[in-house]
Design a protein around this ligand. Sequence first.
Ligand code: MIC
Ligand code: SF4
Length: 640
Amino acid sequence: MSYNLAQKILLHHLVDANELPLPGAPIAIKIDQTLTQDATGTMAYLQFEALGMLKVKTELSVSYIDHNMLQSGFENPDDHLFLQTFASKYGVYFSKPGNGICHQVHLERFGIPGKTLLGSDSHTPTGGGIGMIAMGAGGLDVALAMGGIAFHLPMPKVVKVELVGELQPFVSAKDIILEVLRQLTVKGGVGKIMEYTGPGVEILTVPERATITNMGAELGATTSVFPSDDMTRQFLRAQNREYNWVPIAPDPDAVYDEEITINLSELEPLIAQPHMPDRVVKVREIAGMKVHQVAMGSCTNSSYVDLMKVAGMLEGRTVHPEVSAGLGPGSRQIIEELMDNGAWYDIVQAGVRILESGCGPCIGMGFSPPSEGISIRTHNRNFLGRSGTKSAKVYLASPETAVACALTGEITDPRDLGIEPFKVAMPDTFIIDDSLIIAPSPEPERVEIIRGPNIQPLPIKAPLEGKISGEVLLKLEDNITTDHIMPAGAKILPLRSNIPKIAEHVFEVVDPEFPRRAQEKGGGFIVGGMNYGQGSSREHAALAPMYLGVKAVIVKSFARIHLANLINFGILPLTFKDEADYDKIEQGDMLSIDTSGIAPGAELTLINETKGIKIPLAHSLDERSIAIIRAGGALAYARG
Ligand code: MIC
Ligand code: SF4
C-alpha cells in the first residue's frame, strides 16, 4: 500500500482502527499535542475542569496569551491569572503575554514533525509547515483531547498541491496561498487536507511554509501540510531541537483525491480585496489607490523571514507622511534576533509603529483604521468589521506589498519600487530564551486557581426535545463568518469567559437587535446559505447562540469547525435537501421539526407553519454526534 503524507500521519494516529476509510467516513485520532490561546482557552480549561481529571493526558499541552492583551480593565488580566494558575496545576506549559503569537511560538519551540496537534484556534494548521497534522477545533474538543479522548472528524480528502518553478523577486509565500485562495475560494478546502509537494517546496523555508499552511484555514481546509525534509531539519537545528526531527514524505506512488499545480515562476504579487480572503487580484490591477494604514504581522506573516524582508525594504527609507504603519512581531525570539542583527533599527527609523508581539490589529485589538480607511494588512482575514472599523476596507497582501504601500501611500506592486532584490538567509542558530515559558508546577496540589469576576460558570443546555419549534430569528446569506456571528475586537473579546455578557453581542455587525429578539421569543432558528460559520474556531459562535435559545441552524452548507461546535453545544445543524427551499423560509416564519426519529442518514421534515408547507432537511450527523446532541452537548455526553 502506498500513502501520501497526510494519510501516513493519520494512519499512525488512528484509534480503534488500522485502516483509513474513504473520505467522509468518521475517524477518531489520538492527539499528541494541544495548544490554546487566551480568548478560547478560558472556556477550554473550564470544560477540561468539568471532566474531573487531575492532569492533562497529552504528550504536551501549551496555553498561550496573545489575543486579549489590551488589558483596558480587569477582564483580560483576570483571564491571564486564571490561565496561568490553571496551567500550573493541570500539567500545561504557559507562554506568558509578550512571548509571542501561539502559532509562531509553537512552531519555534514545540512543533514536532509527524505529530498531531489540536488547537483552539483555526490557524493551528500553521504547524503543518513543520510536517505536523495540526488542526483547529472548538475549545471543548481541545478540552476532550487534553483529557486523552480521541478527536473525531470525517476522513478528509487529500489534495496534492504541486509547486513547480521558483518565486521571483518580491513575490513570496503569501502570494502562493493567495493564488490557491483565488483558485479554490473560501469554501474550496472544506473536508480536505492540502498537501504541498513538488520541486518548489524544497526551497521554501519553514516560516514560508507556515505562512501557506496558516492561511490554508481561509480555504476552509481541515489542515495543510508540508513534508519534513532537510529544510525542516535545519530549522529545528537552529532552534536547538534537531533531536525532534524525523523525515516524512509521501510515498513516490502516493495517490491523491484531487491535484492542482502552481507555477511559482509565473506568480505575481497578489492582494485580497474587502471583505473576503478569496477576492484576490493582482496588485497591479488596483495599483494607485490611496492607502491610509498598513499593518504588518499576525500569525501569517510575522516570522523572522518576513520581518527581515520588511526591514531590508525599509532600510534608509521613510513611511509616507499620510500612512500610519504598524508592525506586531510574531515572537520575542524574532524581536531579539532583529535587535541583535540591527534590522530592528531600520524598522523603527523608517517610522513604523512597533506594536506588541501578539494578535493585535488582526483581531481588532487596537490599531483600527479610520472611517472609510483603506488598510493594507499582511494578515489572513479581512471580514467586515473585524478591524474594529466597520466602514474600513481591509486588503490582504504580502509583507513586500505592505511595505511598498507604506512607502508610497498608495497600493503599489513591490517590484515597481526599484529596490534591488535581496535574499533573507535563515540564522544557523536562533537566540533561544524560554524564560517566558513557565513549566507546570511539580506540586500541583499546592496551586490555587485564581478566578476573578470575569470568569463565569459554563452555561448548561437541557437534552434535546422530541419536537423543536419557534421563529426564524434571522435569515442570512452565503459565507457568514464566525466574526459575523460572534464578533471579536477590543470591546467584545474580553468577555470570552462570561457567556451571559458576550451573548449580548451575537450577530452585532449584522443585526444588533438579534440577542434581544432571541430572548424575547424564547429562542428559535437561524437560516443561512453556503459555508455557514467559516473562519475562526471560536466556540462562542455556538455557545452564545445556544445561551440565547437557538435550537437549530438550517443552512445550505456548513464550515467544518463551526459544524463541530454546534454539535458540541447541542444545537442541531441541518441542511436543505434541496437548496432552492432556502427561498421558502422568511425571517419571522414559525417552524417546527419533529426530532424524535433522528438517525444517521435519515431526513427530517421541517414544517413551515406560517406558510403551511413541508421542507425536507438533511444532516451529516453520525451515531455519536446524535448522541451528543440528544445529551445536550459534548460535555454532558462525555460525563455520561
Ligand atoms: C481569529 O483569527 O479569528 C481568532 C481570533 O484567532 C480565532 C479564535 C478566537 O476567536 O478566539 C480563530 O482563528 O480561531
Ligand atoms: Fe491571532 Fe490573527 Fe492569528 Fe487569529 S489570525 S491567531 S487573531 S494573529
